[in-house]
Design a protein. Structure first.
Length: 602
């Protein structure tokens, strides 16, 4: 359809000659919607950069919410200090194995010899392992000589690290909440950490999870601060701090380079905003690359000698369906509800490569609930892409590797919890908005949200009360809060007696033989060396005092103590014939330990 429009317009003839301006009727064809110019696609890096630059400063958040921080943060620290003072360090002797033991031995080697080349036994080579988790605890070993004092000092040092993570997590969670709810984010973060058995373990043992999480979150917050400034190149002090944090995070865990993915995504948005000189742009690319290459080269022995092979081992031998079910049904929900895995009556992970989910109807229903929670989280992740694109890349990038480590996936994801909270909350919010018009009772949002929060906290608290110990095993072996004093006393008495006996043995002539994962334990505690059985064991046992230690500090392992002892003795049969003379034995309802003198059979 045509329409007339009168206007004083220049008229151009066929030869392009400009004529006088005269009013002429102009017929204009109506616009067609399908021919209109489309809006340019959303630049996720630019929109995310704008969102981050609009966030309030963490210092403003801390100043405003200091009362909530003092109440909940101070309460958490006081509770942890009470636990450190009450629990006898001997209770943790049987828990000094695998990662905590290796980190401690690295720190001990640094204090004793000035380097981190630590050995598990006198006849073994220095083991390749990340040294920084031990180095961070080395001041405790410098300050004290007795193991018990060192252990308590390490625990005290761990408290501010875990509390710092909770505080930064509360600030990150506040990004999507109105100011009136910011005190709730503080309460939630500290309550979550206090109820999580994995975070409490990081308080009482020298693990890498808490310092890695704290340093990476601090590096991310500083990165946001630098890039959102008008002149990033002038933030010299913050740049130095961010580089130091990146180096420490890398040395704590070799997934640290994912920090560069976050910085690159946010930096891309800053790049689009303009105002960067060529020198700054070159530095944004060259400096991280050179730093990463240098760190990989300096840690090549640990990376290529140990850590790089682990993912390929899980790819080769791991059950792929179990890996996905573990990620979606247990690991991700564990980051939303702190005690989620405690509700399983049978542990879903059978061994490091296989899992079995839903062995009972209750476990099957709980797994389905976990998958639903993960689906909500993923939906919220997608909905948040225009504001939190760097966070999404930061969380998703390491997932293909972390999901492979099935026994440790939940623990490795702890460092990403505040961002997973944001994504889950976003998903729940969308569903809630759509539900309110359909369900009349849903309009009473405050009542329902409050009741739901109380129900979740009560459930988490009940699970923690029921399974305060034995959390990695069958429910029948779990220790409730009521039985905790007897359990702690039994384990402490048993292993204190074992230490007292081992310290009576001559230090220069004694060699110990232990089970896998515990080799080096009594080197750390009682300063007695280990020997890894080999073809020279017959000669060594003739000239030295060799002792086989059989010990258990958890109920499930003590149930098969005899079989475990026979298994250890059978291992020695490969290297000769030996006699086993019992020289020490102690047991309680919760723990047991025996020591045998190993001598060549005549």
């Amino acid at each position: 359809m045509w329409r007339d429009q009168s206007a004083a317009l220049p008229q151009i003839d066929a030869r392009g000659i400009l004529r006088d301006f005269i009013p002429i009727p102009l017929r204009v064809r109506p616009e067609r919607p399908h021919l209109q110019t489309r809006e340019p696609p959303l630049d996720l890096t630019k929109s995310s950069f704008d969102f981050h630059c609009g966030l309030e400063s963490p210092f403003v958040f801390f100043r405003r919410e200091w009362r909530a921080i003092a109440i909940f943060g101070g309460g958490f620290c006081l509770l942890m200090l009470m636990g450190v003072a009450w629990l006898d360090p001997s209770f943790f002797y049987p828990r000094l194995q695998t990662d905590p033991l290796l980190y401690y031995l690295k720190a001990k080697a640094l204090v004793d010899s000035g380097n981190t080349a630590a050995r598990l036994a006198v006849n073994s080579r220095p083991f390749p392992y990340a040294a920084m988790p031990g180095v961070l605890r080395a001041p405790a070993l410098f300050a004290f000589r007795d193991f018990d004092d060192q252990w308590r000092a390490i625990q005290v040092l761990n408290i501010p690290i875990v509390a710092g993570f909770a505080l930064m997590s509360a600030y990150i969670l506040s990004w999507t909440q109105p100011v009136r709810r910011h005190w709730m984010t503080v309460a939630f973060a500290f309550a979550f950490v206090a109820l999580s058995p994995m975070w409490i373990t990081n308080v009482y043992a020298p693990l890498a999870d808490a310092p890695y999480a704290a340093f990476t979150l601090l590096a991310i917050l500083i990165c946001i601060r630098i890039l959102c400034r008008q002149s990033p190149g002038r933030s010299t002090g913050l740049l130095v701090i961010s580089v130091v944090l990146f180096i420490v995070a890398f040395l704590l865990r070799f997934t640290g380079p994912v920090l560069l993915i976050f910085a690159a995504a946010l930096g891309r948005g800053r790049w689009s905003a303009g105002g960067l000189s060529r020198r700054v742009k070159r530095s944004m690319f060259i400096v991280p690359l050179v730093l990463l290459i240098a760190l990989v080269w300096l840690n090549s022995q640990a990376i290529f000698g140990r850590y790089l092979a682990e993912p390929f081992t899980f790819v080769k031998y791991g059950d792929k369906s179990a890996l996905m079910l573990n990620l979606m049904g247990v690991a991700l929900p564990d980051q939303i509800m702190p005690d989620f895995h405690l509700a399983f009556s049978q542990p879903p992970i059978i061994d490091i490569f296989h899992g079995r989910f839903g062995r009972t109807p209750v476990d099957a229903a709980w797994t389905v609930l976990g998958i639903a929670m993960s689906a909500t989280l993923i939906f919220g992740l997608w909905r948040s892409r225009s504001r939190m694109f760097p966070e999404i890349l930061y969380v998703v990038a390491p997932l293909p590797v972390l999901a492979l480590m099935m026994p440790s996936t939940s623990r490795y994801l702890m460092s990403y919890q505040p961002f997973l909270w944001l994504f889950f909350f976003e998903g729940v919010s969308v569903f809630w908005i759509r539900l309110k018009p359909l369900v009349p009772i849903a309009r009473k949002s405050r009542l329902i949200i409050g009741a739901s929060a109380i129900a979740v906290m009560v459930t988490a608290g009940a699970l923690r009360w029921y399974r305060v110990a034995g959390t990695g095993a069958d429910r029948s072996f779990a220790v409730s809060m009521n039985a905790a004093p007897a359990y702690i006393g039994g384990v402490s008495t048993t292993f204190r007696s074992l230490r007292n006996f081992l310290e009576t043995l001559p230090k220069d002539r004694t060699l110990l033989i232990g089970s896998a994962g515990t080799v080096g334990r009594w080197t750390a505690i009682a300063n007695r060396s280990y020997y890894v059985p080999d073809s020279a064991l017959v000669s060594i046992a003739s000239n030295k005092e060799v002792y086989l230690i059989v010990e258990c500090g958890t109920l499930e392992y003590c149930q098969s103590f005899s079989e475990w002892k026979n298994h250890l003795e059978e291992r020695l049969c490969y290297f000769g014939e030996f006699s086993y003379t019992p020289v020490f034995s102690v047991r309680s309802n919760w723990a047991r330990a025996e020591v045998f003198r190993v001598e060549p059979s005549t």
